[in-house]
Every structure is written in C-alpha cells, then in structure tokens.
Design a protein around this ligand. Structure first.
Ligand code: SAM
Length: 340
C-alpha cells in the first residue's frame, strides 16, 4: 500500500516452478483456457515497463494465472491491482500473493469477457477524455482464445467511452499472438492490413513493443491441431474445394472410389460432426477432430496417405487419351491394310 509516497516493504512468495505447475495444474490438459505462462520475472518486468510508471496507480490484470506478471506489477509499485482469473486452480496461489501485499491485490474469480470494469475502480480517478489518461492501466498476457473477441469488445467500449474507458483514455498493455499483433499495427503498405487494423487504429494509437520468443512460454504454444502439416493441409484443401457445399462432399475426395462412401462415413462418425455443415462453418476444434480421424484411418491403411483424388483423375484422363490414341492407330492401320 502506498504510504506517504513510499511503498511499505513486502516480500512476495516465489513463482511456482515449471514442474510444480505441471503437477498442480495438469498443464497440458488445459488447452481450452490457452494457458501459456510467462515464468521469467525479467521478461514479465520488461512487459510491465512498457506500461510506463505504475507507482501509485490502479491496474487491472487479465488472466494472471500463476502470477508472473502479477508479481512484476506489484514490484513496479501499483497501489491497487485487480486481477480477473477464470480458472479456479490459480485462486489459492493468488491469495498467497494478496496476503504478501496487503490491501494491494484484489482477486476476481470470473470471466473477463463479462466482467463489468466500469464499477471496479474509484470514480475519482476519472479524467476528461481530452486530458491525460487516468491512473489506470490494463495489462495482460491475454489468453489466446479470448484475445480477439476481447479486443473487439474493448474497441467498442473505447468508442462508447464505457467499461474501462468510462474513466478516460485507459491504457492497454497486452500481449497477442504475433499474427494478431501484426494485424493490429499494420500500416497501409503491409500485407497484414485487415479489418482489425482499421478498427483498432481509428480509435487508438497502437504500438508494437517487442516480440516475445516462443521458448519463453511454458508450455510452448502448440498448434491447435497436432498432426503433420501435410496431413492438415490435405484435409483442409479437400474440404474447401467445394466451399459452398456440405463439407462431406470435399471430404469424400480423400478416399479412392472403392471405399469412398464407407470411409467418409466413418471419418465423420469418428469426428462426431454434422455432415451438412459447410466448410466455412467448421470450427478449428472440428477440423482438429477431422484431422485426427483421418490420421487414424491412414494408420489402418497407409496407402491412403499418398492417395490424391486429382492425381487419380489425371491418371484416368491420361489412360483415356492413350486408349483413344491406340484406337486411332489401330484404325489407321486397319485402313492402311485395307487400302493396300
Ligand atoms: C496465456 S495464460 C497467461 C497467464 C499469466 N498471465 C502469465 O503470463 O503467465 C492466460 C490466463 O488467462 C486465464 N483465462 C483464460 N480465459 C479467461 C477469461 N475469459 N477470463 C479471465 N481469465 C481467463 C487462464 O486461466 C490463464 O491463467
């Protein structure tokens, strides 16, 4: 707590180690909440420094997890830190932190997508929009699964001056997946320029601070489909070849004619999907289920791996042309011999 301009001394409990986290939280099982943690305090200090001087300020941290950034924010001197965490397993660890920094850490066990931030901080910190920003920062190593919906929601709240922006021009210091960060900051000449670039830049001044290497995350961020790239590309390419039809139409083309109907049926059943969905309606998790089902079928019949419908069509066409040429040659020969 800030007392006469100085921070009362406090000692935070150490961050859990990787093996403690793996044991405590069964990390690998928690893909759904996108739990990629930052456990290097030098790195979390560096992220927090991007937010400027936090001494005596209010901060909201999104998804504190095991509390790496949380420690850095407290060490930077924030007077009032509100953390919003969805996963109950992190709450006891956060409570320990809160005891070590009395009256400086408030814990909300909830979902940042629905949490009302407009009543979370004292009204007296509000600043008129035209003036300097209020002493309120939002900081977070955002859960990948919510970063895009969350930023869209916040941009709308910037426009309406509601939620965290009811206090004024509240500053955001956030980590994003590299591709999302590139789109947020893309300028006119960039290939990443997209709707997100315009929507964010018409309302905010957006800066890219630095790139966090993948190896800094525990566990390392993994692709959402754990199959070889070639297999995923093949499944996705076949499904999207008829983008307006039911997805099973494209899926069928993964299999040779003789077993096409049977294996398409089996793949859809394994993936537990409604065959009348269109390719554009399928979620990543559904593509994952399809790729896993296809990998299983390939393990039972490895000849499927190299099967390509287009190649089959090409060969059929070639055979047809050869037959036609042969017929033509036979005909000329017969004709020649009659004439002779
Ligand atoms: C990528 S981890 C980052 C954890 C921590 N900040 C760090 O850097 O190590 C994302 C965290 O957000 C939490 N989370 C996921 N979805 C959330 C949501 N909708 N609301 C609040 N927290 C969420 C997860 O449980 C997890 O702790």
């Amino acid at each position: 707590m800030a007392t006469s301009g100085k921070l009362a001394s406090f000692r935070l409990p150490p961050l859990p180690t990787v093996s403690e986290l793996v044991k405590l939280y069964n990390l690998r099982a928690e893909k759904q909440l996108s739990q990629n943690f930052l456990l290097d305090l030098r790195l979390t200090d560096k992220i927090v420094r991007q937010a400027g001087n936090l001494k005596g300020t209010h901060v909201c941290e999104v998804g504190p997890g095991p509390g790496g950034l949380t420690r850095s924010i407290l060490n930077a001197g924030a007077a009032d830190l509100l953390v919003v965490e969805k996963d109950s397993r992190f709450i006891p660890g956060l409570k320990l932190l809160s005891e070590a920094a009395p009256r400086r850490l408030r814990i909300v066990h909830g979902d940042i997508l629905t949490y009302r931030m407009d009543s979370a901080f004292p009204v007296k910190i509000s600043r008129p929009w035209e003036e300097d920003p209020p002493k309120l920062n939002i900081i977070g190593n955002l859960p990948f699964s919510v970063s895009t919906p969350l930023i869209i929601k916040w941009l709308e709240q910037v426009a309406n001056r509601s939620g965290p922006f009811s206090y004024g021009r509240t500053q955001l210091t956030l980590t994003f997946q590299k591709e999302v960060a590139e789109r947020l900051t893309a300028s006119t000449s960039s290939r990443q320029r997209s709707r997100l670039s315009i929507m964010s830049q018409y309302l905010c001044t957006v800066h890219s601070c630095f790139t966090i290497p993948g190896k800094a995350f525990v566990p390392k961020p993994e692709p959402q489909i754990q199959q070889p790239f070639k297999l995923v590309e093949k499944v996705v390419r076949n499904i999207f070849q008829f983008r307006r039809k039911h997805f099973y139409k494209g899926l069928e083309k993964l299999f040779p004619e003789a077993c096409r109907v049977e294996l398409t049926h089996e793949m859809i059943a394994r993936a537990d999907l409604d065959p009348t969905l269109r390719p554009t309606e399928l979620k990543i998790t559904q593509f994952r289920a399809l790729c896993d089902a296809y990998a299983h079928l390939c393990s039972l019949d490895p000849s499927l791996v190299n099967y390509e419908h287009r190649e089959e069509l090409r060969q059929k066409q070639q055979a047809k042309e050869q037959r036609r040429n042969m017929d033509r040659r036979t005909y000329t020969k017969t004709k020649d011999s009659i004439e002779a």
